[in-house]
Ligand binder design. Structure first.
Ligand code: EPS
Length: 363
């Protein structure tokens, strides 16, 4: 089996490899009449792109978007929307040395074990380059969701040992290359990353995403619960090793009297549930948090095997992100948008004519 499509009614299929001729996606199920503009998508891709600062990979991709289908006179037609981005700055020779070696901590090993053949150039399909198309499709989902009053915003919550969720000035997230919500932490991040880059090591990060304006009712118990699909969406992003909704793992220490979000005529008194109860959105903000592991492509030597099963020391050269989490905020936002878009269309299909009984206190 293969699994390159995300979503049921808003179904996004991505294709392409990091060093292949192009990457792309096909979005099937987009409602007609939505304005779609390549330049707007390209703007969004710039937020995620490599080479925006000295703290990320220095690969400089054009990330020019070609719309091949599904858009007429600037609007979605209801036909599949096909987007293509040609790869323009792949440097495959960087990978010749490790073509027959497995980077410890990388998908090299498992792709080889599963498929028996591996495009080693830039990690092939396992590369974070693929997330470009998630962000592209995410623009379309976010634009539609915005017409419903749903907004999605993410930020870097922690980079290595540095907590950055000290102040949530979300309007300043795009003013720095880290998506840091506290401008006072940026200098510390710069210094930390400069030292890390010199050392040759890498580090992990935590990214948080919030969806506001989500109506109560999205989510399909029991196997299509909203939180289950959000967790799966985030876990499908390269390097994500953990996902939390609301209080998340902190719930283990919370008494029920604290964790429960008491309900009053004015609304919920807290949001430990992260906006989801029983797998269905409650109308509160949806709170998602995820952790990215440290990058596995390192110039510091490490022990591994080669494809002949011999012990070797591996050194990975080339252009890599010392912290993939730095560029991950737009990807996490896009994945949350894809889940909500798909779940919205699914809710409309099954329950579109269900009236809410009693006052809606959740808004
Ligand atoms: C990546 C390795 C690097 C990054 C790449 C992700 O690729 P390369 O070695 O070919 O320069 O630059 O990121 C992107 C190209 C991108 O657009 O995100 C990896 O191993 O995941």
């Amino acid at each position: 089996m293969s699994s390159n499509t995300f979503g049921k009614l808003f179904a996004v299929t991505t294709f392409g490899e990091s060093h292949g001729p192009a990457i792309g996606c096909v979005i099937d199920g987009c409602p007609p009449g939505l304005p779609i503009d390549a330049a707007r998508i390209e703007q969004a891709l710039k937020r995620r792109a490599t080479g925006r600062s000295r703290h990320t990979s220095q690969r400089h991709e054009a990330d020019a978007v070609e719309i091949l289908s599904g858009v007429f006179e600037g609007h979605s037609t209801g036909a599949p929307i096909a987007l293509l981005v040609r790869n323009t700055d792949a440097r495959s020779k960087d990978y010749t040395k490790i073509a027959e070696q497995f980077r410890p901590g990388h998908a090299d090993w498992t792709y080889h074990k599963k498929y028996g053949i591996r495009d080693y150039r830039g990690g092939g399909r396992s590369s974070a380059r693929e997330t470009t198309m998630r962000v592209a499709a995410g623009v379309i989902a976010r634009d539609y969701l915005a017409t419903l009053g749903i907004q999605i915003r993410g930020y870097l919550a922690q980079l290595g040992p540095i907590r950055t969720d000290t102040r949530l000035l979300l309007d300043s997230v795009d003013d720095n290359p880290f998506f840091c919500p506290d401008p006072e932490r940026v200098a510390e991040l710069e210094t930390f990353m400069d030292q890390l880059r010199k050392s040759g090591d890498s580090v992990g990060a935590r990214v948080n995403v919030i969806a506001s304006g989500v109506p109560a009712g999205l989510g399909e118990p029991v196997y299509g619960k909203l939180d289950a699909e959000i967790a799966a969406a985030m876990m499908s992003i390269n390097a994500v090793k953990g996902v939390e909704i609301g209080a998340g793992f902190a719930a283990v220490e919370q008494p029920g009297t604290v964790h429960r979000d008491e309900i009053t005529p004015q609304g919920f008194l807290s949001n430990h549930a992260g906006g989801i109860l029983g797998g269905i959105s409650s109308g509160q903000d949806i709170l998602v948090s995820m952790v990215y592991k440290p990058t596995s492509s390192l110039r510091l030597p490490g022990r591994t095997l080669n494809t002949a099963g011999e012990e070797v020391d591996i050194v990975t050269t080339g252009r890599h992100d010392p912290c993939v989490g730095i560029r991950a905020t737009p990807i996490a936002e896009a994945m949350l948008a894809l889940v909500l878009m798909d779940q919205y269309l699914r809710h409309r299909a099954q329950c579109g004519d269900v009236g809410i009984i009693g006052p809606d206190i959740s808004q």
